[in-house]
Each structure stands twice: as structure tokens, then as C-alpha cells.
Write a protein that binds this ligand. Sequence first.
Ligand code: TPP
Ligand code: MG
Length: 166
Amino acid sequence: MGRTVLPLHTATAIYYVRWSGDHGLRFPGSYRAQLAFPNAVVIDIAGDGSFQMNVQELATVVQYNLPVIVAILNNHSLGMVRQWQQFFYDERYADTSLEVSPDYVKLADAYGAVGLRATRPEEVRPVLEQAMRLRRPVVIDFVVKMMENVFPMIPSGGSIKDMLLA
Ligand SMILES: Cc1ncc(C[n+]2csc(CCOP(=O)(O)OP(=O)(O)O)c2C)c(N)n1
Ligand SMILES: [Mg+2]
């Protein structure tokens, strides 16, 4: 299950974060949080791969008009696994490319949600502000580079002293 970043009792802002559990669970988790705290700003910070696991739940958020914001960090890749292949498997990439992906703005629109996109750093803040003002189900496609890596990481089987920082 996704992990909330802020303690739930604050209930003004709830974020579900990337890599915090099984693929696909954060989106349903985030709209349940929204149901429990209707006035909170709920943001599901999702990988593109993870979001695609339960994308059909867009129908639920639209049906119940839950103003959840899905912020997709779209690297067109199962990035964590790709990063593992890069560092520990001699760049032998297998089954981690999501080069063929849906257009998330059109997909949101097709479900009756709002689709927004940011492709440059200076667009991040305005697009988030726009999403928060709408109080409707929103999907934001934050387009990032496929080969951008996430640190720190600990190689599998390693301990905290083996942590890679860059
Ligand atoms: C149901 C399930 N299957 C497989 C995994 C293993 N797994 C962890 S991260 C990851 C890739 C994540 O891809 P994406 O959601 O696009 O996030 P990114 O790493 O690219 O930011 C996978 C397959 C998982 N966590 N849950
Ligand atoms: Mg990804």
C-alpha cells in the first residue's frame, strides 16, 4: 500500500509517493484518502508504469467527482528496474521500456477527467496550481527523461553502507 508523506491527522494535504509499495495501489489509495478527507488536497505521485496498472480507476474518481490529482512522473520506463539493469546488469535492458504509452492528457479527457502536461521545469508550479484550483479529478503528465536516475539506492543484497548517492 502507498505510504502517506504527511501524518493523516493534518488532513489538509495528503501525498502518495512513488516506489512506496506495490504498483497500482496508490491511485485507489489516494481516492480513498480523498473520500475520508473531502477537503484535503490529495496528490498521487505516480510512476507511469504504476499508474497504468489501475488506470481504469479513473472511471471511479470521475463517477464520484473525487478531486484527486495524479501527478505522473512519466519517464516512459519502468525506471527503477531499468536503473537496476543499467548499474548491475551491464546495461542489458529487458522489458523496461514503455516507449509505447498512452497520451495521458487524452486518456484523462476520454474518462471525463482533466488532463494537463508539463514538459519544462518552469511549468511545474503553474500546472500544479491550476490542478489544485480545479477541484476535479486531474491527471498531470510530467514528462521527464527516460535515463534520469533516482538516488540514493542500495544494491539488492547490499546494506546501508553500500548506498549509491549518484
Ligand atoms: C505489482 C508490482 N509488480 C512489480 C513491482 C516491482 N517494481 C518496483 S518499481 C517498478 C518499476 C516502476 O515503474 P514506474 O511506475 O514507471 O516508476 P519509475 O520507476 O519509472 O519512476 C517495478 C516493476 C512492484 N513494485 N509491484
Ligand atoms: Mg516510469
